[in-house]
Ligand binder design. Structure first.
Ligand code: AMP
Length: 190
């Protein structure tokens, strides 16, 4: 079974790799950021609230994220899935652990893509002009990076301690293809 989590700061390339690897393995790519951005297009009350939170670089509530992920995973647990952007808080990881164990399922691989903040800044600014994402500007990057350091890094550290046998550190400063090759090599080996 291929149930995979990608961790890494915003701009590390986890979305790009998650997409490539999901196509390679023919499994679902669940990007919570993409799901939320789609929701913003509905322009209702919830979309307005989400827009305010996301465009400032803060995290959306655990309840909203947990309900999005559990409803999507309901259909994927037999085929395998890639989680990209979730879990981002310890509460979300607790929820995910319970959800998976209630469904007799588990995570098989965790890839933590690491990269330093200066490279990140350049990448995010470039992405902002290509994808016109409101949360990809220099003012917001620092908030998003702080959210990563304060919340999400604790989650990846928690998995690193608890599941060191399936936890793989990946150098995010390499070229996209090189990173993909490293990940595929790990998937083939184990
Ligand atoms: P991303 O595309 O993964 O960088 O996500 C874009 C934005 O969506 C984040 O900055 C958060 O505001 C929100 N978001 C995505 N995933 C989560 C999550 N698991 N928990 C809380 N907020 C999230």
């Amino acid at each position: 079974m291929n149930n995979i989590i990608f961790f890494g700061p915003p701009g590390a390339g986890k979305g790009t790799q998650a997409k490539i690897i999901s196509e390679y393995l023919k499994i679902s790519h669940l990007s919570t950021g993409d799901i939320l951005r789609k929701k913003l297009l509905e322009k209702d009350q919830l979309a307005n609230e989400l827009n305010e939170i996301m465009s400032s670089g803060n995290l959306v509530s655990d309840d909203i994220l947990n309900s999005i992920v559990s409803s999507r995973l309901q259909n994927e647990t037999k085929k395998g899935f890639i989680l990209d952007g979730y879990p981002r808080t310890l509460k979300q990881s607790e929820f995910l652990n319970n959800f998976l164990s209630n469904n007799s399922n588990k995570i098989n691989y965790i890839f933590n893509i690491q990269i330093n903040f200066d490279i990140l800044k350049d990448r995010i600014v470039k992405r902002s002009s290509e994808e016109s994402r409101e949360d990809d500007n220099l003012n917001v990057i620092e908030t998003r990076y702080k959210e990563y350091l304060n919340s999400t890094q604790k989650v990846s550290d928690y998995y690193k301690d608890r599941l060191s046998n399936i936890f793989y550190e990946i150098d995010g400063s390499l070229q996209i293809q090189e990173i993909t090759q490293k990940i595929i090599k790990i998937l083939k080996k184990s």
